[in-house]
Design a protein around this ligand. Structure first.
Ligand code: UD1
Ligand code: CA
Length: 502
């Protein structure tokens, strides 16, 4: 790119058809705002200046633009008097801090499919042809609403006529102004004050620069883009969804070309900032959102939503919902797992069915296979957490941490009352409520020995099916002589041994 390029992004309009308290250009699509996509494309061609024109709800839009592109200059357009007026406001903002020369590109903040490559190719064509004004045009089936490109017998561009100002013949023209224009800066600075508002909308049309250039004997031309969808804006939610689907299909196609298997593109959604390695497999119903990164040979899906997650190579994630979580190499998650922010499953670890984790590390090869909540905890390498374990991390006022040592094996239906530490190689019996630290290698038992009251069903529930079943089972047995020595420390009661389906 030449080093004297200025890009103006127009985003002052109200976008009323969105019927939203959120400004149009801030509506998300593919994990970024619409204007976020445009700014990303603009930044990729490395312009000298970027000016964004803001107006409506600028207290929302301005900070967002600065977050996306800190070097962007904000120009405030108090009243939306037309695209010509908006560009004038932008040019004045640049002139305040110095000169403006070379090429000025004008784009809109609501065209999320626009790429930096297209902008660069358009600017290069404009400069090679040494035009005063270049129009990025497109041939469309339904030109309604767009400015039409009017050409003379030689095929030269004579004017852009807006829908409302067009006559019947002009309305038939299918070559339209995408709105993206390139200017020679010197010409633009002189032309802007000459634009009037004597038209159907009473606005200052930027497109009037075409006529002004021709009147001055300068060159005007159009560069028709094949991929017109890149110039499409979303004015309402239906168009937003339509562009969202198109953007998604483009992202999926790119990843498939780069070696990712996507079994069902129709139900797979990948945000623009997601990064995937070759030989990743995505099964139906998978949404990879935000800054999610998936390493090679990992398989995700069916039915997963992963936002801002890091998935290690060869990991397997099935029917899981995860946010800000790290899933290590060869780890196994799901089905039906919920990983909240700060969850980390290290290499070959496992989080199984109906397990929720938050702000916790599941160590290398450690397993939380069934029906558990693990919050603010550190589970040591190779440890196994029994089915139905609850880490009681919250005492009603504060959150506390729980630590389970390396290769510890804890029983089913335990409660770990934080803060508490279970030592390396320690164990806990089934049903234990762990309130005190367990030393390494010790077995914690908190439930009392079991007591059986013989004949209870027949005595207390006479005449019921329960009593009858009990009577039938004990017929002929003398009462009171059955073994009552169940329970106690021998009844460790582990399940969830960590084997795949225990
Ligand atoms: C404009 C073009 C039209 C083109 C169409 C493509 C003009 C006069 N017409 O028409 O030829 O086919 O875009 O979509 O340029 N904006 C401001 N400040 C304003 C007015 C507009 O920032 O005072 C911004 C809007 O937020 C929007 C963009 O400029 O992003 C286009 O404005 P809009 O009013 O939608 O222009 P159109 O009538 O669609
Ligand atoms: Ca428009």
């Amino acid at each position: 790119m030449p080093n004297n390029l200025t890009v103006i992004v127009l985003a002052a309009g109200g976008g009323t058809r969105m019927k939203s308290k959120t400004m149009k250009v801030l509506h998300p699509i593919g994990g970024r705002s619409m204007i976020g996509h445009v700014l990303k494309a603009v930044a990729s061609i490395e312009p000298q200046h970027v000016v964004a024109v803001v107006g409506h709800q600028r207290e929302q839009v301005g900070p967002h633009i600065h977050e996306m592109l800190p070097e962007a200059v904000l120009a405030v357009q108090e009243t939306q008097d037309g695209t010509g007026h908006a560009v004038r406001v932008a040019v004045e903002a640049v002139l305040e801090s110095g000169a403006i020369d070379g090429t000025v590109l004008v784009a809109y903040g609501d065209t999320p499919l626009l790429t930096g490559e297209s902008l660069a190719a358009f600017a290069a064509d404009h400069e090679a042809a040494q035009r005063a004004v270049s129009i990025l045009s497109g041939i469309v089936d339904n030109p309604f609403g767009y400015g039409r490109i009017v050409r003379n017998h030689e095929g030269d561009v004579e004017a852009i006529v807006e829908e409302k100002d067009a006559n019947r013949d002009q309305r038939e023209i299918r070559e339209i102004n995408s709105g993206i224009l390139a200017f020679d800066a010197e010409f633009l600075v002189e032309a802007l004050p000459k634009i009037g508002n004597d038209n159907a909308k009473g606005e200052y049309y930027l497109t009037d620069t075409v006529q002004l250039a021709r009147d001055a004997g300068l060159t005007v031309g159009a560069w028709a883009i094949d991929d017109v969808r890149q110039t499409e804006g979303a004015n309402d939610r239906a168009q937003l969804a339509d562009l969202g689907r198109e953007l998604n299909q483009r992202i999926l196609t790119r990843w498939m070309r780069d070696g990712v298997t996507i079994m069902d593109p129709a139900t797979t959604w990948i945000d623009a900032d997601v990064v995937l390695a070759p030989d990743v497999t995505l099964l139906p119903g998978t949404q990879l959102l935000g800054a999610t990164v998936v390493a090679e040979d990992a398989m995700v899906g069916p039915d997963c939503t992963l936002k801002d997650c890091e998935i290690g190579s060869g990991a397997r994630v099935v029917r899981a919902h995860a946010e800000l979580a790290v899933i290590g190499e060869g780890a196994n998650v799901g089905p039906f797992s919920y990983l909240r922010p700060g969850s980390e499953v290290r290499a070959r670890g496992k989080i199984g069915a109906f397990v929720e984790t938050k702000n916790s590390v599941i160590g290398e090869g450690a397993k939380v296979p069934h029906l558990s909540y693990v919050g603010d905890a550190e589970i040591g390498e190779g440890a196994n957490i029994g089915a139905g374990t609850i880490v009681a991390n919250y005492d009603g006022i504060k959150k506390h941490r729980t630590k389970v040592g390396r290769h510890a094996k804890t029983g089913s239906n335990n409660t770990f009352v934080a803060p508490v530490e279970i030592g390396d190689g320690a164990g806990t019996a089934g049903g234990t409520v762990v309130r005190r630290d367990v030393p390494p290698g010790a077995l914690a038992v908190s439930s009392g020995p079991q007591r059986n009251i013989e004949g209870w069903a027949q005595k207390k529930r006479p005449g019921t099916a329960q009593a009858e079943a009990a009577a039938a089972a004990t017929a002929g047995e003398p009462q009171g002589e059955r073994d009552v020595s169940h329970g106690g420390p021998s009844g460790v009661g582990q399940t969830g041994s960590g084997e795949e389906q225990s």
